[in-house]
Design a protein around this ligand. Structure first.
Ligand code: CAA
Length: 391
């Protein structure tokens, strides 16, 4: 089945944090065998935000190169997807809109459904562009994944943002029409408004994810989607990279196909390269997988990629895209690698100190220390307002 819409991802850019904690440092601190992290969950390190970084600075850093390359005249909608929201009322996207100097004739909104939000944003964007193909939509997925210190979830933290420009006649990936959908009310991972670290039932979350894979694939097939063997590669939501392997094995088993380790590695291995060193970036993670895949695969022109987006709670979607010939010239491989490699390594004590930081809630003046060397800074709180700066 060929792609129909002629709408999709025109540009893709990522950003991650100032700091990184190697899993070796975590293992040395808590006595875990390093093999459990490197092999058991498939993680080598995790991005840690500086005191003056948050979802807004990460989102702005991811989106700035897109605005620089394409201008902002055609961007009439900004969708900001996140689990780690910074305000109950105001969209984080409005701060990004301001930092990037986007046109005032725009709608800006924040979307939430755990790690699934960006896929909802992408699908809504496709609809808006279908209605008026002269418009473009900027979809930003930005998250800081935070679990309690000394909890099993601690090893699966991370932080990153991905920005995607959705347009007609896209340069990277055309998104197909059919989508497979699945929603089930489960308490596998959640975060009440009074907490900044997520609550999670780890084993329940893994089985809920696998159940959702099956559910949305079943619906995708019912909607007239492609056959499993038509895909050159798959991008899964990756809370930790081993989860993508579990999910793909589950899907192949369900489809009655070969689940040989090499077959699985060939289909998803390249999509795990960035997540393996960045960690969980919640709603950005599927699209970090796409960036890694496009950056590393030899040539995917004209080939189909399967996307599986899962957000605890839970909502999942399976959809497909076809890679546009000539896409390689529009990639940002060097910049993506530079964003990952420029991070400064923390020791465990430094990471713990950052993790434990919180702001008083009395409306006082609380500047943040200058730690991040990027273009955008979260300068602190003043009168209950978040202050951002562009360098
Ligand atoms: N060498 C190699 N492998 C080892 C090992 C060693 N020395 N020691 C253990 N392992 C393996 C285990 O066998 C296990 O592998 P399998 O899963 O293939 O059986 C793996 O390492 C993990 O071991 P445990 O299950 O004992 O680990 P844990 O109890 O510490 O929990 C976790 C792992 C559930 C992922 C936990 O880190 C967690 O709760 N993370 C947060 C929740 C999460 O990420 N859930 C994923 C699905 S939900 C989702 O996708 C939404 C989201 O983003 C949160």
């Amino acid at each position: 089945m060929s792609s129909g819409s002629g709408i999709g991802i025109h540009d893709l850019s990522l950003a991650t944090t100032e700091f990184v904690l190697p899993h070796a440092a975590l293992a040395a601190y808590n006595g875990t065998e390093l093999g459990k992290y490197h092999v058991g969950i498939g993680q080598e390190s995790m991005s840690v935000p500086a005191a003056d970084e948050d979802i807004v600075t990460l989102g702005a850093a991811a989106a700035a190169p897109i605005v620089e390359r394409h201008g902002s005249d055609r961007i009439r909608t900004v969708v900001f997807a996140t689990e780690s929201s910074i305000d109950q009322a105001k969209s984080a996207g409005v701060y990004v809109h301001s930092l990037l100097g986007l046109p005032s004739a725009a709608r800006v909104v924040e979307l939430k459904q755990a790690c699934y939000g960006a896929t909802a944003g992408l699908q809504f964007a496709l609809g808006l562009v279908a209605r008026d193909p002269s418009q473009q939509v900027l979809v930003i997925a930005s998250d800081v994944s935070k679990y309690e210190l000394d909890s099993p979830g601690e090893a699966t933290q991370g932080a990153a943002a991905v920005a995607m420009l959705v347009s007609a006649d896209p340069a990277l990936v055309r998104i197909d029409g059919p989508s497979g959908l699945f929603t089930a009310d489960v308490m596998d991972f959640w975060r009440p408004n009074y907490r900044d670290a997520a609550l999670v039932d780890g084993q329940e979350s893994i089985s809920a994810y696998l159940q959702a894979v099956e559910g949305c694939w079943k619906d995708y097939s019912g909607q007239g989607g492609r056959g499993l063997e038509e895909f050159a590669a798959f991008c899964y939501h990756q809370p930790f990279t081993k989860m993508a392997f579990k999910a793909h094995r589950h899907l192949l088993n369900y489809g009655g196909l070969d689940t040989d380790q090499d077959v699985i590695a060939a289909a998803i291995g390249q999509s795990t390269a960035y997540n393996r060193v960045i960690g969980n970036s919640y709603t950005a993670s599927v699209y970090l997988g796409l960036a890694a895949l496009l950056d590393q695969a030899q040539d995917l022109s004209g080939q189909a990629i399967g996307f599986l987006s899962y957000g605890s709670g839970s909502v999942a979607e399976f959809f497909a895209g076809e890679v546009v010939p000539g896409y390689k010239e529009r990639l940002r491989t060097a910049e993506n690698l530079a964003a990952i490699e420029r991070r400064t390594e923390l020791d465990y004590a430094g990471y713990r100190q950052l993790h434990e930081r919180s702001f008083p809630t009395d409306g006082g003046d609380y500047p943040t220390p200058v730690q991040n060397g990027g273009q955008f800074r979260f300068a602190g709180l003043r009168g209950h307002k978040r202050i951002y700066e562009r360098r």
